[in-house]
Write a protein that binds this ligand. Structure first.
Ligand SMILES: [Zn+2]
Length: 118
């Protein structure tokens, strides 16, 4: 996969990551319980990678949606980091750039996605 393409994808992912984090913080501010306040405090102090982990204990549907998306974005970023981005997790073929541009967190090639049932 070309370096320029990876760079583009990385920018997209980092942009989405920062938007998701803003939404998560906004969402947390709508809760006033002590647990949420403690977590909010921890988020601002902690290493960025542990956000999904810290958020796991909050039972709020919109927040968990943001959290799971953040987890996917961070997983894709770490795949870029270790040089394993863009391979299908089922067949290990290279995922097409069209697919990755549509969703940079995609883990499966179009073919495997078709055969997979949820
Ligand atoms: Zn595949």
């Amino acid at each position: 996969m070309r370096a320029a393409f990876i760079l583009l994808i990385r920018q997209k992912l980092e942009e989405e990551q920062s938007v998701l984090r803003q939404h998560i913080v906004q969402c947390l501010h709508t809760h006033s319980d002590l647990n949420t306040k403690i977590i909010l405090q921890q988020l601002t102090e902690s290493d960025e990678q542990s956000w999904p982990e810290l958020l796991a204990t909050i039972y709020s549907e919109p927040l968990q949606q943001l959290r799971s998306r953040l987890e996917m974005v961070e997983a894709a970023l770490s795949q870029i980091h270790i040089g394993q981005y863009g391979s299908c997790s089922d067949c290990e073929k290279t995922i097409s750039s069209e697919t990755l541009l549509m969703d940079p967190t995609e883990q499966r090639c179009a073919e495997c996605k078709k055969h997979r049932r949820y």
